[in-house]
Design a binder for this molecule. Structure first.
Ligand code: FAD
Length: 485
């Protein structure tokens, strides 16, 4: 009688918003199982990303594929309804276990529960891990057991918890599955634009993937940018923030890697404390979404459901294209279009302009950002818009209306940011760069600016727009009997 060698069945590792090999709990657990690993990414029509995020995803998957291949366990790509694909793959390969990292949103939690129950019913055991946040969703509660409505109290409570556990290193080698498994090519996922290629600016600006995420974090910390973060984070004309957001959105670096790298710098200065607090805002946004699954569509404060939006299509289009006639707004919208990213201060200014100056619904802006941001994130984007619109739980009051001229002069005092993204104004003296319509005709001519020809007149008058916004707000505050203060 001859003894056949005992063949271990493979395990599946389902990659999602965790496109990295370092500090990846599911990959580590699969590795520790000692069984051969089949990593898989599934492109499902249910995935909600926009065009810029799709571009990022394509290149991030390419980088992940290279890393996994180098470690000995090449990734496969499949398309279709996720649980059906996983079920088929398990049947094809004899895989007896599925590992995945959870995505901390209510929508994904429902989807995951459906997938888990289907696979378990087929005899596949499933192990999932929490990795997207510093604190698992729903964990941070008030003394009464409710969720927090205000950021400061939320973050104060977070900071009473012990630090999250330290990150785990990437494996040196992975046990691959010797039998070939069919895969579609990455290009077949259709993540890149099929018509006109508008992605040149994205290529110039970013390098998706774990290696660049780590490089950005290291430079942010070691080059000392973080030391000035407190003072520079509001300046779009400086490289004063980490630009980690798209890497975090796709899980190319874990949030606890960021947390521990920053904490390991020693005693917190103002820059470090402020930076960690901003990571706290990300946690807060996810907490809000966890408790308010409809937050991407519906205002958190119900009275805003009746807000008398004007919704002017032409004005909305001018905003999208960066042709409002307000240089700081236009610079922001063009930075977004060209690079897939916009500075946080300018996100607030442009969002406020759409909602308050143009009286367009915040949901329209949320959708445009979702389609054009490489860091588009369901929690932070919706929360950011609701914060600006005044309909969030801990939001800027509606009647606080950003003045785009003063904001420009304060946060881009030399006009460098405007000159970079609105080159037709580059020759204007700094005095007029944020209000070209007030410049004397001779100075406009000398700078080659012809208002109405190569740069628009303002599409709304700031003073009148402000008055209209306050009037509209009065209508909903009257409905609820509120006071404008
Ligand atoms: P840094 O200043 O270096 O901060 C580090 C990290 O902290 C960020 O990468 C991000 O993960 C987190 N963070 C910082 N500020 C915030 C904040 N206000 N809210 C939530 N998390 C924060 N952020 C997204 O990641 N995706 C979005 O889709 C998104 N949409 C937004 C829409 C609006 C209208 C507004 C006002 C803000 C939005 N933000 C969004 C938050 C913020 O603008 C970005 O996180 C930040 O600009 C990213 O740049 P950074 O990585 O250099 O940030």
């Amino acid at each position: 009688m001859s003894l056949k060698p005992f063949a271990l069945s493979p395990v599946l590792v389902w990659f999602r918003r965790d496109l990295r090999v370092g500090d990846n709990p599911s990959l580590t657990a699969a590795d520790l199982s000692g069984q051969p690993i089949i990593p898989v990414y599934i492109h499902d029509d249910e995935n909600p990303e926009g065009g810029a995020a799709h571009w990022w995803l394509h290149h991030s998957l390419k980088a992940l594929g290279t890393d996994l291949g180098r470690l000995g366990s090449p990734i496969i790509f499949r398309m279709g309804e996720t649980s059906a694909v996983l079920e088929k793959l398990a049947a094809e390969t004899g895989a007896d276990t599925l590992y995945f990292n959870r995505i901390p949103t209510p929508r994904e939690a429902v989807r995951e529960a459906r997938i888990v129950s289907r696979l378990q019913s087929l005899g596949v055991s499933v192990h999932s891990h929490e990795t997207g946040l510093l604190f698992p969703p729903g964990r941070i509660r008030t003394k009464d057991g409710n969720n927090f409505k205000v950021f400061t109290a939320f973050w104060k409570t977070c900071t009473t918890f012990p630090d999250p556990s330290p990150p785990t290193p990437a494996p040196n080698v992975l046990k691959g599955w010797a039998t070939p498994v069919s895969t579609v090519g990455l290009d077949a996922l259709g993540l890149l634009p099929s018509g006109v290629d508008w992605t040149g600016g994205l290529h110039e600006t970013w390098m998706p993937g774990e290696a660049d995420a780590q490089r950005r974090l290291t430079e942010f910390v070691e080059d000392g940018v973080i030391g000035h973060y407190d003072s520079d984070r509001d300046r779009p004309d400086r490289e004063g923030t980490s630009r980690l957001s798209p890497h975090l959105a796709f899980g190319e670096i874990s949030i606890r890697t960021v947390w521990h790298t920053v904490r390991s710098m020693g005693e917190p200065g103002n820059g470090m404390t402020r930076f960690l607090t901003e990571l706290g805002w990300r946690e807060f946004c996810y907490d809000l979404l966890w408790h308010n699954p409809g937050m991407m569509l519906r205002p958190l404060r119900s009275e805003f459901a009746n807000f008398p939006w004007k919704g002017d299509k032409a004005a909305y289009n001018a905003w999208c294209k960066g042709l409002t006639g307000y240089p700081i707004v236009d610079a922001g919208m063009r930075q977004l279009w060209r690079t897939g990213w916009m500075h946080n201060r300018v996100r607030m200014i442009t969002a406020s302009f759409l909602v308050k100056h143009l009286l367009c619904p915040w949901q329209d802006g949320e959708r445009w950002f979702r389609d054009t941001l490489v860091d588009a994130d369901p929690a932070s984007n919706a929360a950011g818009w609701q914060w600006v619109a005044g309909s969030g739980t801990d939001a800027a009051p509606f009647f606080r209306i950003f003045n785009p001229i003063l904001q420009g002069e304060r946060f881009d005092p030399d006009g460098h940011y405007v000159r970079q993204y609105v080159p037709e104004l580059a020759g204007l003296p700094t005095r007029w760069i944020h209000q070209p319509w007030n410049a004397p005709p001779l100075e406009l001519a000398a700078a080659g600016v012809c208002l109405g020809k190569n740069y628009p007149h303002p599409i709304v008058d700031h003073g009148r727009a402000r008055a209209n916004a306050l009037e509209a707000f009065k209508m909903i505050s009257n409905v609820r009997g509120g006071d404008l203060a």
